[in-house]
Design a protein around this ligand. Structure first.
Ligand SMILES: Nc1ncnc2c1ncn2[C@@H]1O[C@H](COP(=O)(O)OP(=O)(O)O)[C@@H](O)[C@H]1O
Ligand SMILES: [Mg+2]
Length: 313
């Protein structure tokens, strides 16, 4: 669990974070979004004490971070940044083993753990262990960065725009894989992004900041349906109703019996894709592969009542 209460941090140029209250329950992912310069990175770095607060309290797993040795604290918190920060003159295996080695694990155990986490993030240890960082693609480097953060099995991970440098084609896959992995491992995650789609797809909750303050913190479907003010509505985009349809699937709605012609859509199809199929076909309903059909009215009415966060899948 990560908990910030009344946290304030000012730089000589002005306040970066002001009276911030934010709680991320154990095992959940909170996506922190907002315009550039609103204080996202500062908030993240306050959690692992790369930045010290002027006021307020910060707890990780119930412990006040200000009462812990910063170096010890950081070894217990995985941290992944866009630039990854791999040591260029260390091979992948050594990079991944950094924290276990600092913790004094025996060399054989460090090496075995490095192989284990490389496999976890989808990199074949035999192929990647002995490479140099410059011999990796952007996506592979990012995976190595995640592997390194997971190596000592910390309960908490801080991710600062971790997919920003990955090319858009590979990005969706990497996002999906990494978040599924972190969920399976029941990690508590604070994920910074400036990308609304990424935030609503990956976060159990979304926290939107503006000029150092928290404006709204809610489940993605809730925020998309009910932004608290014009700033939130604007930031989420005029197409937020469509974005919201992308959070749910045909399987989330009851099926209708009516028989409809055309190629059937699998139940895993998002409601956004189902709506697109209706538009493309000029049809008010689509057949569903598992039987029955879904009509436009049922889709729109049903989606309005759905509140399930991404985690429920
Ligand atoms: N080390 C620093 N020294 C002075 N000002 C900083 C420092 N780090 C961040 N800031 C300022 O604090 C504000 C918030 O920055 P940051 O947390 O990096 O925003 P974000 O990650 O949301 O883009 C910005 O105005 C930035 O210029
Ligand atoms: Mg930032």
């Amino acid at each position: 669990m990560i908990e910030l209460r009344g946290v304030t941090k000012a730089w000589p140029g002005g306040a970066a974070v002001q009276a911030l209250d934010l709680r991320v329950p154990e095992g959940e992912c909170c996506a922190l979004i907002g315009p550039s310069g609103c204080g996202k990175t500062t908030t993240l770095r306050l959690v692992n004490r790369l930045v010290e607060p002027d006021a307020g309290s910060i707890r990780v797993a119930g412990q006040d971070v200000m009462r812990q040795d910063p170096v010890q604290l950081r070894r217990g918190i995985g941290y992944v940044i866009q630039e990854v920060g791999l040591f260029p003159h260390w091979r992948v295996g050594a990079n991944v083993g950094t924290v276990p080695q600092l913790l004094g694990w025996p060399a054989a155990r460090v090496a075995a753990r490095a192989e284990e986490v490389l496999a976890l993030v989808g990199l074949d240890p035999a192929r990647y262990r002995d490479r140099w960082p410059h011999q990796l693609s952007g996506g592979e480097r990012q995976r190595v960065g995640v592997a390194r953060a997971l190596a000592a099995d910390p309960p908490v991970l801080l991710l600062d725009e971790p997919f920003g440098a990955v090319d858009p084609l590979r990005r969706a896959q990497l996002q999906g894989e990494v978040l599924a992995l972190l969920r399976r491992l029941r990690k508590t995650v604070l994920l910074v992004t400036h990308d609304v789609q990424e935030a609503v797809l990956l976060g159990d909750s979304v926290a939107l900041m503006r000029a150092g303050r928290l404006v709204q913190h809610a489940a993605p479907a809730e925020m998309l349906a009910r932004p608290v003010d014009a700033f939130v509505a604007d930031f989420l985009g005029a197409d937020r109703a469509l974005t919201r349809l992308g959070l749910f699937r045909i399987a989330d709605l009851p099926r209708e019996a009516a028989s409809v012609p055309g190629a059937a859509l699998p139940e895993a199809t998002t409601l956004r894709e189902a709506l697109a199929a209706m538009l493309a076909r000029g049809s008010l309903a689509v057949p569903v592969a598992e039987g029955g059909s879904l009509g436009l009215e049922a889709l729109l009415r049903g989606a309005a009542g759905l509140e399930a966060p991404p985690r429920s899948r």
